[in-house]
Design a protein around this ligand. Structure first.
Ligand code: ADP
Length: 398
C-alpha cells in the first residue's frame, strides 16, 4: 500500500493543506491541494487535484468557527476520499523554530512546549501552527507529526547576519535576525542543480515575491543573509507590510501619535506596504492595471526597495552569479521581473525580454554575465519530503 503524507499550514483564519502519495521512495505525488478559508466568519472548503480539477468547493456550516472545527471538517473529507490509506505522517509548516531548531523535528510533548515558548516571537502565526499540531495529536495519536520551520534554513548564517545590535540582555531574550520564507528558499536551493546548474554552486540571490516578500543570499545553496529579520516585517515592501522602516517612526506612532500596541501592530501587518501606499489594493495585479498615481507610486516603491536590497545582498556575497524569481509576483509578473532586472543591470544582468514575457525558466540573454531565472517554489513539497525523510531516519512510522 502506498504511503500518504498530509501537509498542514494553519493560519488565523485559514487551514491550507496538501495530500501527497508516495508511489516510490524518491517521489511525492500531489493528490490534493486545498484550504478552508474564512474560519470564524464565512467558512469555505475548496480543494483541487494535481491537474487543477475541482475536488470540492463548498460553503461550510457557521459552526466551523475555529481551527479545531476546521480540522474536523478536513478529517471527515479526507476519510471519505482516502479512508484506509496508510498515513506516513503529518507535516506542519511552523513559522518559528527559534535560535535552536536548525532543521525539521519529529513532534514530541517537549517540542510542543518549546514551540509554545516561541509564541511571543510570532504571535500572529505560531499559536495557530501549534494548535493544529495539538489538534492532530488529539485526533490521531498514533500518527507521527513533523514540524518544519520557516526560520531553520537561515540558521547557518554568520553571526554578523543574525545580530540585532541591542544590549546583551535583550539579545539573550531571543532578539536576533531569524529570517523567514526558509522552506521556499530551501526548495529553490534543492532544485538549483537541475534547474540552473551553472549557478548552483555559486552566489545567488533568490527573490521570493508573494504577498510576503523577501530576498535571500545563497552561497553554494546555503543561506548567508536574507532581508527578513526578527519578524516578517523587515526588508522589502510587501502587500500589507511596510518592509524596512526607521525604528524612530514606530517610536513616533507610540509617543507622538499616542497609538496603542494593537493599533501599531494592525498598521504594520495589515495596512501598510502596497495597500498603504496605493490606498486601493495589496494585490500587484490590481496596481499594475491601474493608472492612479498612488498605485504607480506603490509599484515604483516596491521595485525601488527590492532593487536596493539586491544591491545590499550582492555586497554581502561579494558579487552575484545568478538571480532567481519565485512566488506569486516572481513567477507570474513579467513587468516586475523586467523592472528588477533592469535595475540590476549594473550587477551584470541582461534580460531576454521575450523569454521573460513568456515566463521561460531562463530569462537572461545567453551572453548575460549574471543569469536570471524563474523557478516556481513548492514549500508544501519541501515539507512532505522532510516528513518522509525524518520519519524514516527516526524509525517513527504510524
Ligand atoms: P502568498 O505570499 O500569500 O503565499 P503568493 O506567493 O501566491 O501568495 O503571492 C500572491 C501575490 O502574488 C498576490 O497578492 C499578487 O499580488 C501576486 N500575483 C499573482 N499573480 C500575479 C500576476 N500575474 N501579476 C502580478 N502579481 C501577481
Amino acid at each position: 500500500m502506498d504511503d500518504y503524507a498530509l501537509v498542514l499550514n494553519a493560519g488565523s483564519s485559514s487551514l491550507k493543506f496538501c495530500v501527497y502519495r508516495r508511489p516510490d521512495e524518491s517521489r511525492w505525488q500531489l493528490e490534493a491541494r486545498g484550504q478552508i478559508e474564512g474560519i470564524g466568519t464565512t467558512p469555505r472548503f475548496s480543494a483541487k487535484n494535481d491537474a487543477g480539477g475541482t475536488l470540492i468547493d463548498e460553503r461550510l456550516d457557521q459552526a466551523v468557527a475555529d481551527g479545531s472545527a476546521a480540522l474536523d471538517a478536513l478529517a471527515s473529507w479526507l476519510r471519505g476520499c482516502y479512508g484506509g490509506a496508510h498515513i506516513l505522517g503529518v507535516g506542519h509548516r511552523v513559522v518559528h523554530g527559534g535560535p535552536s531548531y536548525s532543521g525539521p523535528v519529529v513532534v514530541t510533548p517537549e517540542v510542543i512546549t518549546a514551540l509554545k515558548a516561541l509564541q511571543p516571537l510570532a504571535p500572529l502565526h505560531q499559536p495557530y501552527n501549534v494548535a493544529a499540531i495539538e489538534a492532530v495529536a488529539e485526533r490521531l495519536p498514533s500518527v507521527p507529526q513533523v514540524a518544519c520551520f520557516d526560520t531553520s534554513f537561515h540558521r547557518q548564517q554568520p553571526a554578523v547576519a543574525e545580530l540585532v545590535p541591542l544590549p546583551q540582555a535583550i539579545r539573550d531574550a531571543g532578539v536576533q535576525r531569524y529570517g523567514f520564507h526558509g522552506l521556499s528558499y530551501e526548495y529553490i536551493a534543492s532544485v538549483l542543480p537541475e534547474a540552473a546548474p551553472e549557478i548552483a554552486d555559486g552566489r545567488v540571490i533568490v527573490a521570493h515575491l508573494g504577498s510576503g516578500a523577501s530576498l535571500c543570499a545563497l552561497w553554494c545553496r546555503r543561506s548567508v543573509d536574507s532581508t527578513l529579520g526578527f519578524t516578517a516585517l523587515d526588508g522589502l515592501c510587501m502587500g500589507t507590510r511596510p518592509g524596512s522602516v526607521d525604528p524612530g517612526v514606530i517610536l513616533h506612532l507610540f509617543q507622538g501619535l499616542g497609538l496603542s500596541a494593537k493599533e501599531v501592530e494592525t498598521i504594520l501587518y495589515k495596512q501598510s506596504g502596497l495597500l498603504g501606499i496605493s490606498g486601493v489594493s495589496n494585490d500587484m495585479r490590481d496596481l499594475l492595471a491601474s493608472d492612479a498615481p498612488a498605485a504607480r507610486l506603490a509599484v515604483d516603491y516596491f521595485v525601488y526597495q527590492a532593487a536596493k536590497q539586491f544591491g545590499a545582498l550582492a555586497a554581502v556575497l561579494g558579487g552575484v552569479d545568478g538571480i532567481v524569481f519565485t512566488a506569486g509576483i516572481g513567477e507570474h509578473s513579467a513587468p516586475i521581473r523586467r523592472r528588477l532586472c533592469e535595475a540590476c543591470a549594473w550587477l551584470g544582468v541582461r534580460l531576454d525580454k521575450e523569454a521573460n514575457r513568456t515566463h521561460r525558466p531562463r530569462i537572461s540573454a545567453p551572453d548575460s554575465p549574471v543569469s536570471a531565472w524563474v523557478i516556481p517554489t513548492n514549500e508544501e513539497l519541501m515539507i512532505a519530503r522532510h516528513t518522509g525523510v525524518l520519519l524514516e531516519i527516526s524509525g517513527t512510522r504510524a
